[in-house]
Design a protein. Structure first.
Ligand code: FAD
Ligand code: FAD
Length: 461
C-alpha cells in the first residue's frame, strides 16, 4: 500500500492558477502538494498563451520575408528567393519554447519545496482525493482545474475538425483553413496561419468580429483581414462538416460548403467541472463556473478555487493573481481580489489592449465622461516601424478627470498593457498621465498625447 499523503495545502492543477498558488504557499512555509494530470504549466504554457504567441511571432517573420520577396519588395529591401516554410520544424521550435517553461515551472516548484504528484485527482469528499492508488488528505484545497475548448455537438473534434490545441501542433500548413468563431483565439491563430500562407476563411454567428470590443477598436483588425485576403462570413452559422469542408448557413439563409482541409473551432472555453468528484465536494455553482467570493472561497470551508474554473475573464494573469492571493490568505494575510481592471490583450494584427471601462460601459452606466484618441499615424515610433495603423484611447470621468478606461489598437501595443493597468490601479487622473514624461520615440507617447488631448492640450495633433 502507498503511504497516504497528509498535507496542509493540496493544489489541483499545474496551470498558472495552481502552480503560482503552490509556489507562493511553499514560499510562505506551508506544506504543499500539487497534483497535475498532464504537463506542468497548464493550458497557458503548454497549449495556450505561450505556444500561440510563439507561432504568431514566427508568422510575423514569415510575413516580412514574404513581403520582401514580392515584386514590390519591402522599403527597398528585396529577397531574391521566395521564403519556404517547414511547419514541422516551426512546431518543433515552439515545442522547445514550451519545454523550457515546463521545466522552469518544475524547478520553481521544487525550489519552493512543493511536492508534485503526477496523475488525475478524484475527490471522495471535500478534503480527500485519490491519484491512482495514492490517497491525499489536506487541511486546505485549492482547485485550479482550468478549462478546455468548447466542442460543438454537430462539429465534434477529430479528423479535420480541430481545437486550438491541435492547431498549435500541425505537422503541415493547411492549404485552406476555416475558422469557426471570430473571438480572440480564432482570430489570433487565423491571422498567424494567413501570414504563413494558408487561405483563411472565418465564420462568425454574430454580425461582428471580436464582439467583446467596440467597432472603433476592432476596425484596424477588420481592415487587416480584408487587405490580406481573409474571407469573413458574419451572421453565418456553421452547421456540420463533411470531407469537402464546412457546411454553413450564410446570412442570407442559403447553405454553402466552404472548402477546408482543416476546420478550427474556437467558440469559447468551458471550465473543467466534470470527472474529478466535484459532486462529492458539494460545491455551489455560479452558472457553469464554481462559485467563489472575493477571496476565492467556495461554499465549502477551506476549499478555494481560482482561475478559469471560477469565471470570466479566462485569462492567465487573473488565474495567477487569484492563486497567489489564496496562498497568502491561507498563510494569514489579509487579501481580497478587487482589481481596478483585469486588462486583456488580443494578439491579432494589429494587437488590441483593453483595460478598464469601454465607452459603451460608461454609456450603459450613464457616466459623464470624456474620451480622447491619439492615432499612431501621428506617432513617430509607430511610423518608423511601419505601424501607423491604430490609436490609444483614454476615457475619464468629466468632473474629476479620473481615468476609467484605456484601450489601444496597433502593432506591439500589448506592451502598453502594464502602464494602462498601473494608471488604473493608482487611480490616475488625466493630469497625472499628462504630467508623466514619456520617452521619445515610443508608442507610449500616444498614451501621453491621448491624455493631453482629453485635456484639450494635444501637441502633435
Ligand atoms: P489551466 O491552465 O487550464 O490549468 C489547469 C490544469 O489542471 C491543467 O493542466 C489540467 O491538466 C489540470 N487538471 C484539471 N483537473 C485535474 C485533476 N482532476 N487532476 C489533476 N490535474 C487536473 N490567456 C492570457 O492571459 N493571455 C493569452 O494570450 C492567452 N492565450 C491563449 C491562447 C490559447 C490558444 C488558449 C487555449 C488559451 C489562452 N489563454 C490566454 C488563456 C489561459 O491559457 C488560461 O486563462 C489559463 O491557462 C488559466 O489557468 P488555470 O490555472 O485556471 O487553468
Ligand atoms: P534640435 O532638434 O537640435 O533643434 C534645434 C533647431 O534650431 C535646429 O533645427 C537648428 O537648425 C535650429 N537653429 C539653431 N540655431 C539657430 C539659429 N541661430 N537660427 C535659426 N535656427 C537655428 N532623443 C531622444 O529622446 N530619443 C532618441 O531616440 C534620440 N535619437 C537621436 C538620434 C540621433 C542620430 C540624434 C542626432 C539625436 C537623437 N536624439 C534622441 C536627440 C534629439 O534629437 C534631441 O534631443 C532633440 O532634437 C533636441 O531638440 P531641440 O529642439 O533642443 O534641438
Amino acid at each position: 500500500m502507498i503511504e497516504p499523503i497528509q498535507t496542509k495545502v493540496l493544489v489541483i492543477g499545474g496551470g498558472p492558477g495552481g502552480y503560482v498558488a503552490a509556489i507562493r504557499c511553499g514560499q510562505l512555509g506551508l506544506d504543499t502538494t500539487l497534483v497535475e494530470a498532464d504537463k506542468l504549466g497548464g493550458t497557458c504554457l503548454i497549449r495556450g498563451c505561450i505556444p500561440s504567441k510563439a507561432i504568431i511571432n514566427a508568422a510575423g517573420h514569415f510575413e516580412t520575408m514574404t513581403h520582401a520577396a514580392s515584386a514590390k519588395g519591402l522599403h527597398g529591401m528585396k529577397l531574391a528567393a521566395v521564403p519556404t516554410l517547414d511547419m514541422a520544424e516551426l512546431v518543433a521550435w515552439k515545442d522547445g519554447v514550451v519545454r523550457k517553461l515546463n521545466i522552469g515551472v518544475g524547478a520553481l516548484l521544487k525550489r519552493a519545496k512543493v511536492r508534485v504528484v503526477q496523475g488525475w485527482a478524484t475527490f471522495s469528499d471535500a478534503k480527500t482525493c485519490k491519484v491512482g492508488e495514492q490517497t491525499i488528505t489536506a487541511e486546505h484545497v485549492i482547485l485550479a482545474n482550468g478549462s478546455k475548448p468548447v466542442e460543438l455537438p454537430f462539429l465534434p473534434f477529430g479528423g479535420n475538425v480541430v481545437s486550438s490545441t491541435e492547431a498549435l501542433d500541425l505537422a503541415e500548413l493547411p492549404k485552406k483553413l476555416v475558422v469557426v468563431g471570430a473571438g480572440y483565439i480564432g482570430l489570433e491563430l487565423g491571422i498567424a496561419f494567413r501570414k504563413l500562407g494558408a487561405e483563411v476563411t472565418v465564420v462568425e454567428a454574430l454580425d461582428r468580429i471580436l464582439p467583446l470590443y467596440d467597432a472603433e477598436l476592432v476596425a484596424p483588425v477588420a481592415k487587416w483581414l480584408k487587405a490580406n485576403g481573409v474571407t469573413l462570413h458574419l451572421s453565418a452559422k456553421a452547421n456540420s462538416a463533411d470531407k469537402n469542408g464546412l457546411i454553413v448557413e450564410m446570412s442570407d439563409g442559403k447553405t454553402e460548403t466552404l472548402p477546408a482541409d482543416k476546420i478550427l473551432v474556437t467558440v469559447g472555453r468551458k471550465p473543467n467541472t466534470e470527472g474529478w468528484g466535484r459532486e462529492a465536494m458539494a460545491l455551489d455553482m455560479d452558472g457553469r463556473f464554481v462559485k467563489v467570493d472575493d477571496q476565492c472561497r467556495t461554499s465549502m470551508k477551506n476549499v478555494w478555487a481560482v482561475g478559469d474554473l471560477v469565471g470570466e475573464p479566462m485569462l492567465e494573469h487573473k488565474a495567477a493573481t487569484q492563486g497567489e492571493m489564496v496562498a497568502e490568505i491561507i498563510a494569514g494575510k489579509k487579501r481580497r481580489f478587487n482589481p481596478a481592471s483585469i486588462p486583456a490583450v488580443c494578439f491579432t494584427e494589429p494587437e488590441i489592449v483593453s483595460a478598464g471601462m469601454l465607452p459603451s460601459d460608461a454609456a450603459a452606466r450613464g457616466d459623464n465622461v470624456i474620451t480622447a484618441l491619439f492615432p499612431f499615424a501621428a506617432n513617430g515610433r509607430a511610423l518608423s516601424m511601419d505601424a501607423g495603423e491604430g490609436f490609444v484611447r483614454v476615457l475619464a470621468r468629466k468632473d474629476d478627470h479620473r481615468v476609467l478606461g484605456i484601450q489601444a489598437v496597433g502593432a506591439h501595443v500589448a506592451e502598453l498593457a502594464g502602464e494602462f493597468s498601473l494608471a488604473l490601479e493608482m487611480g490616475a487622473v488625466l493630469e497625472d498621465i499628462a504630467g508623466t514624461i514619456h520617452v521619445h520615440p515610443t508608442l507610449g507617447e500616444a498614451f501621453h498625447e491621448s491624455a493631453l488631448r482629453a485635456l484639450g492640450q494635444a501637441i502633435h495633433i
